[in-house]
Design a protein around this ligand. Structure first.
Ligand code: AMP
Length: 174
């Protein structure tokens, strides 16, 4: 029987700010069957898009992003908070559901014409994913898909990512 991934996501009200219901994927990651099912389903969605590389942001995007890259036989590129990457970087600023942030990638992380699958755990307003897509495009890469475990559809992230091929394993309407 298929694993109920939905049941492995914990709602944490008022984290990190009042009014935000945080979707905590730690129970899903800690469960061997749920983790395997998550990576298998992300892989199934991503494979026909034929990515060369997976781009994930810290911290949770590294966990399933690394597993996804391994399953697909792709490379992995890390988008990180400012000051964490040791070499020359390009950066993008973006608005979050709860504030502003900046992401950086190494200037040589994506080659011209490379097919990049952008990955994160949660699609909320779409600002983070949009910034990652812009970083890929700044470096001459092609975004072949944007894959999430969870989409909070009531926050309009899919509209923000209009024009990109967006997939999510679990969607919430409210
Ligand atoms: P956004 O840029 O608004 O789409 O936010 C996406 C990023 O913030 C992702 O990296 C998520 O991990 C995190 N995030 C935003 N809202 C939530 C939420 N309600 N629950 C869990 N993570 C969230």
């Amino acid at each position: 029987m298929a694993v109920d991934l939905h049941a492995k996501i914990r709602d944490v009200p008022d984290f990190p700010k009042p009014g935000i219901v945080f979707k905590d994927i730690m129970p899903l990651l800690a469960d061997p069957e749920a983790l395997r099912e998550t990576v298998d389903r992300l892989t199934e969605w991503a494979r026909p898009r034929e990515p060369d590389v997976i781009l994930g942001a810290e911290a949770r995007g590294f966990i399933t992003g690394g597993a996804l890259a391994h399953a697909l036989g792709c490379g992995f590129v890390a988008a990180r908070k400012p000051g964490k990457l040791p070499w020359r970087t390009v950066s993008a600023k973006y608005a979050l559901e709860y504030g502003f942030d900046v992401l950086e990638v190494h200037a040589d992380a994506v080659g011209r014409g490379q097919r990049v699958l952008v990955h994160d755990d949660v699609l909320a307003t779409g600002g983070t994913a949009k910034a990652k897509c812009e970083l890929v495009e700044q470096l001459g890469g092609e975004v072949v898909g944007v894959a999430f475990i969870i989409a909070l559809d009531f926050l309009g992230g899919r509209d923000r990512l209009a024009g990109y091929d967006v997939g999510a394993l679990i969607s919430y309407d409210s």
